[in-house]
Write a protein that binds this ligand. Structure first.
Ligand SMILES: NC(=O)c1ccc[n+]([C@@H]2O[C@H](COP(=O)([O-])OP(=O)(O)OC[C@H]3O[C@@H](n4cnc5c(N)ncnc54)[C@H](OP(=O)(O)O)[C@@H]3O)[C@@H](O)[C@H]2O)c1
Length: 332
């Protein structure tokens, strides 16, 4: 396959605003010799809510900032075009990944991916569904099996534990529910009224409609408190989540440090932490195996052809999405 010199790409011309444009003369990157860089033809790339504000709000190391072009979408699925000779992902391999945010993103026809961040994509998923998986599933994996210390073992790794997941209908929340259930936990989940049945179908034992039930009041009832709370939405939801944890339990946030919203009078013996996920192809490969075995499905809200990128960003910003919004880069 001939590799073009230029390509279509969505770019953010100014990090101080969230405007994005489509260009057709973005250079196709060339993998560095003797590196673990692969050139990948992108099929689909998923947008993350709020990502157009990241460059303004979070500094990246100077060596990356000097070369990064502001292309959004770090979640990607595609086909390897060129690979280092020693790579397990040789040309033609269908892969997916959470590309490291410090580098140029993947809303472009060709991108660079590293060996350590890739996994083979699940063949039972569509290309659009595949791009919806990596960051969300890896974040859930790391919350449960790294930061909360549960074991990544089917049926037994979290047996006897009660886990409470907020925003369970979101991109990350669906994986928190499914992976915690897979490991044997009892799962209580929160979401809006329209998604209650759907979240139950993912395996949650109890689903709370956050528009009707106050988690603090719910947790005050005998036997309701849990061993582990994972809050995926932050602010008021995280503040309330403090009341849901048992003494000696753990509260994890993927939105903000929990101590910033700790209510007065809450139990003091609670381990609490915030973390930022890291791309990890090994964990993603385990997720692929689970999906292939029938455990775990992503939340895909919608997919838009690259030329309709503005509609895609608007859809996600509307807040009325169930899962990820994906761009289709037209590789077929
Ligand atoms: N720290 C990290 O490494 C990391 C990694 C990934 C994502 N994140 C962050 O985590 C957050 C969630 O990401 P996402 O991709 O899952 O977002 P998302 O798909 O946009 O999910 C938002 C969900 O939140 C639910 N929701 C809104 N208010 C709620 C409330 N008060 N209680 C319970 N649920 C509520 C909505 O449910 P209904 O529609 O059912 O109302 C919606 O499904 C984002 O801020 C993202 O930036 C952090």
């Amino acid at each position: 396959m001939a590799i073009p010199k230029t390509q279509k790409a969505v770019v953010q011309p100014d990090k101080m605003t969230t405007d994005v444009i489509l260009i057709t003369d973005h250079p196709v990157p060339t993998p560095k010799p003797s590196s673990d860089e692969h050139l990948v033809r992108v099929h689909t790339a998923a947008i993350t809510n709020g990502e157009l504000l990241w460059t303004k709000n979070f500094a990246i190391p100077d060596e990356f900032a000097a070369v990064k072009i502001l292309v959004p979408c770090d979640d990607v699925a595609g086909t390897v075009v060129t690979a280092p000779a020693s790579s397990p992902f040789q040309p033609g391999t269908e892969v997916y990944a959470r590309s490291n945010y410090n580098r140029t993103g993947c809303a472009r026809e060709y991108t660079i991916l590293l060996t350590d961040e890739m996994a083979k994509r699940p063949q039972r998923l569509s290309w659009a569904e595949s791009a919806a998986v990596p960051m969300s599933a890896e974040t859930a994996w790391q919350a449960l099996f790294i930061h909360a210390g549960l074991e990544a073992k089917a049926g037994v790794g979290a047996k006897g534990k009660r886990v409470f997941v907020t925003a369970a209908s979101g991109g990350v929340g669906v994986w928190m529910v499914q992976l915690a259930k897979w490991a044997g936990a009892e799962v209580v989940a929160t979401c809006g009224a329209d998604n209650v049945e759907w979240v139950k179908s993912l395996g949650a034992d109890e689903v709370i409609d956050y528009t009707k039930t106050d988690p603090k009041q719910w947790a005050a009832e005998e036997g309701h408190k849990v061993d582990l709370v994972i809050d995926c939405i932050g602010r008021k939801s995280l503040e309330d989540a403090w009341w849901v944890v048992k003494p000696g339990g753990t509260l994890i946030s993927i939105f903000q440090p929990p101590d910033g919203v700790k209510p007065a009078g809450v139990e003091s013996n609670i381990k609490h932490l915030f973390f930022v996920m890291e791309s990890n192809g090994e964990q993603l490969q385990k997720v692929t195996e689970l999906i292939e075995a029938g455990t775990g499905k992503p939340a895909l809200d919608s997919a838009f052809p690259i030329d309709q990128f503005q509609e895609a960003f608007k859809k996600l910003e509307s807040g009325k999405t169930r899962g990820k919004v994906v761009l289709d880069l037209g590789a077929n």
